[in-house]
Design a protein around this ligand. Structure first.
Ligand code: ZN
Length: 314
């Protein structure tokens, strides 16, 4: 495929969408058809496929528009289980380029298209998102071209508009949400982002993967919901003993994740109403009970703590 890649800058997208939004009488005036929903699609941390939980992904649905955050393995099927029609996927946000967050990034777009998607999709995330997208469609051009010629589908590539994000700041805004990003701390994966979604009725923050982050505290200030990745440090030894080819895995996890206790501290410092624990590391250790996760987070947070589960609607 030699089609030109439709990359537009964040600034040009913002100015165009903000201009449209400002001119639209429905921007804040239309009736709310229902609350903005957050659905946890995958709550396990790490790329190893597991029975217990799917890989990192969540979707925010506002006025029947789906904003997907992260695309761990199985995200398209999890959306089906969540009763979110795949053709309603409009924006995809990637927090960082780790396989438990991006393995099904291309697959989601491709399979949503096979399920009927025929409208624009904007994707947002750190480099090399543009090249990943381009190579993904090249790799799968045989199927894509066949379905266009044989099934009469609209061309897929021109639907997809990629925006690489290098810094924190306003990402995009439309009739439903304003999205803001912050740089979080997930060495050596740089940049790694957290995202805040301000809808008319509520604000939702997704931490991405990070060690305790002051930028995240600022991003989440006063939010209704903070979804924070968490680890349980005493169980990390048992986790790494099950992964035979990763000698430095323990040090890596401890350096770039946040304990459930510290997630509580972050939530308290940010003054959020509800802390949702997700991206559990380890994801499937029977010796770490639900109560242990919750108690750890509650030890430093006075708001509501929710233990994330796949397909939980919040
Ligand atoms: Zn990661």
């Amino acid at each position: 495929m030699n089609q030109d890649w439709p990359i537009i800058s964040r600034r040009s997208f913002l100015s165009s969408t903000l201009a449209v939004a400002a001119a639209s009488p429905t921007r804040f005036g239309s009736a709310q058809t229902g609350p903005t929903k957050l659905i946890l699609l995958g709550t396990g941390g790490g790329p190893r496929p597991r029975k217990a939980s799917s890989a990192s992904a969540q979707v925010i649905v506002s006025h029947n528009v789906a904003y997907v955050v992260d695309c761990g393995n199985g995200v398209a099927r999890q959306l089906v289980f969540a009763d979110v029609p795949l053709p309603t996927v409009r924006h995809i946000f990637i927090t960082h380029q780790h396989s438990d967050h991006n393995a099904d990034y291309g697959n989601l777009i491709w399979l949503a298209w096979a399920a009927g998607l025929s409208t624009r999709v904007d994707t947002w995330g750190p480099p090399p998102l543009a090249n990943m997208t381009k190579l993904f469609f090249e790799m799968n051009s045989y199927d894509i071209d066949t379905r266009i010629s044989n099934e009469g589908r609209v061309p897929l590539v021109p639907l997809v508009h990629v925006h690489e994000i290098h810094d924190g700041g306003t990402v995009m805004s439309d009739d439903n949400v304003t999205v803001t990003a912050a740089l979080v701390d997930h060495p050596p994966v740089v940049p790694a982002l957290g995202y805040r979604f301000d809808a008319r009725d509520r604000s939702i923050v997704i931490s991405g993967d990070t060690s305790p982050s002051q930028n995240l505290v600022k991003l989440a200030r006063g939010a209704d919901v903070l979804v924070h990745s968490v680890m349980y440090p005493p169980a990390i030894d048992r986790l790494v003993s099950r992964v035979p080819n990763a000698a430095a895995l323990k040090a890596s996890i401890l350096a770039h994740q946040t304990s459930a206790e510290d997630a509580g501290r972050v939530a308290q410092a940010a003054g959020v109403k509800t802390l949702v624990l997700s991206h559990f590391v380890p994801p499937d250790d029977p010796d770490v009970t639900d109560a242990m996760w919750i108690d750890a987070a509650k030890s430093h947070f006075r708001g509501t703590v929710i233990l994330g589960k796949d397909l939980l609607v919040i």
